[in-house]
Design a protein around this ligand. Sequence first.
Ligand SMILES: Nc1ncnc2c1ncn2[C@@H]1O[C@H](COP(=O)(O)OP(=O)(O)O)[C@@H](O)[C@H]1O
Ligand SMILES: [Mg+2]
Length: 260
Amino acid sequence: MTATSEFALELKDLRKSFGRSEIIRGANLQVAHGERVAIIGPNGAGKSTLFNLISGRFAPTSGDVVLNGQRINGLPPYEINRRGLSRSFQITNIFPKLSVFENLRCGVLWSLGYKYTFLRFLSGLHDANARAEELMRMIHLDKKRDVLATNLTYAEQRALEIGITIAGGANVILLDEPTAGMSRSETKRFISLIREVTVGKTLLTVEHDMGVVFGLADKIAVVVYGEVIAFDTPEAVRANQRVQEAYLGSVVADNQAGGH
Ligand SMILES: Nc1ncnc2c1ncn2[C@@H]1O[C@H](COP(=O)(O)OP(=O)(O)O)[C@@H](O)[C@H]1O
Ligand SMILES: [Mg+2]
């Protein structure tokens, strides 16, 4: 078969152990091109570890990660990035002493790989500048062009991080808890920003806020104890008895108890 894969991303019986404890225990998932998937599950279930396996930070103990029909397990992160997958981190990875524009341009240049002769680098610089300006408008930070990242608000820093994540034009984007630490209204605005900048792309996001999850995702993957126990539409997941018992029930109880 020469046709490109039906799926943007597939996990096949993926496993990962740290020492003697198996953290990912045979995870399976098939994400179609352009689908928006929210990954939910209790703390410590292995959501970030799954992202680390997909993005190449860790190699799986066994099983496969397949990106656009090609196995990528064991490849280094920059190689996976070049194949069109980009992730942001729970810890903001922007340069605080660089301006918004400079941060974005770094993101663009980094995604070009720097494997350039000096002359090609110079001509590439013009394109990189134009791309950085475009990204700045996409994340609504064009009015903060020359502001140092350290002087942005928290929500603006997270937006900048999204800009850097999409700088290279990856078509599969992983965001680990992008709205962590934001207020309700910041979260709402941020989710619509994520929607805007990922139009036509495949998105996997780890998210705790159920309102956000149900608003953003085409599908929800429920991860419990290192396995994907359900993968379906938000409505079907909400109605799923096993999910209720394993996870959603306790979230609803927490929310009703006034927890947040
Ligand atoms: N590098 C590591 N070494 C050892 N244990 C790890 C490592 N990374 C994660 N873990 C363990 O794996 C489990 C799942 O962690 P994580 O993937 O961060 O969960 P989640 O993101 O769902 O909250 C936790 O028990 C955590 O302590
Ligand atoms: Mg996590």
